[in-house]
Design a binder for this molecule. Structure first.
Ligand code: G4P
Ligand code: NA
Ligand code: NA
Length: 189
């Protein structure tokens, strides 16, 4: 997606060979015009996938997921990282191991909002090691729902998540694929 790559080139900050900071439009401040374009692009890519729900993980996945769901005219669910007071029973919970943070956490979705027969489009802001996307896929499985596909805003193609998900048979569509972050430069695949 050209508009997204332009934004990354102009505003992305290479923090290290592993980490790209994009907090001016995706991870802190949000550019809604860009998010709407992202949503339209995912909706177009998955137009024939009979998506019934969009599933993401709080917090940075929510903006692109909402725009995608708006275009597909379906609801969006965000998995929660902390258990809420009102969210107790009938939870689908999965562990996520973050290699970046070197810690394990739990993510949960209420059983009320996912059902057998649902076709789930997983959307997330970044794909690195794929652990978050795999946890969401396992949540869909717990609900006996199908994963219709995985939409990623920025895939770090030099990390193993994309290959892992595609090997498992998931259709992964990434709007920008970063091949490397060497020499302080963003190189697209
Ligand atoms: P994985 O799910 O692919 O295995 O990724 P990982 O554990 O490495 O990611 C942990 C957090 O770091 C996630 O955000 C992920 O989106 C984010 N992340 C990973 N690589 C990058 C990067 O290069 N740049 C930026 N800006 N973020 C990256 P999170 O902790 O879930 O936070 P939130 O922003 O969704 O609240
Ligand atoms: Na993030
Ligand atoms: Na994320």
């Amino acid at each position: 997606m050209e508009l997204l790559k332009k934004k990354i080139r102009e505003e992305g900050i290479v923090l290290s060979e592993q980490v790209l900071k994009v907090d001016s439009f995706l991870n802190h401040q949000i550019d809604p015009v860009l998010m709407l374009e992202i949503g339209r692009t995912f909706a177009g890519l998955f137009a024939d996938s009979d998506v019934t729900k969009v599933l993401t993980l709080e917090s940075s996945g929510i903006a692109p997921a909402v725009m995608t769901a708006l275009e597909l005219k379906v609801n969006v669910i965000f998995a929660r990282k902390r258990k809420s007071l009102t969210l107790r029973d009938g939870l689908f919970t999965e562990k996520v191991y973050s290699f970046t943070k070197q810690e394990e956490s739990e993510v949960s979705v209420s059983g009320k909002f996912l059902s057998p027969g649902d076709r789930v489009l997983i959307v997330d802001d970044f794909l690195a090691n794929g652990e978050a996307a795999l946890a969401m896929a396992r949540i869909a499985m717990q609900a006996q729902a199908e994963v219709a596909g995985i939409g990623i805003v920025i895939e770090k193609a030099f990390q193993p998540g994309g290959a892992k998900l595609r090997e498992q048979g998931y259709r992964v569509e990434s709007l920008a694929r970063v091949a490397s972050l060497g020499n302080g430069q963003v190189l697209f695949a």
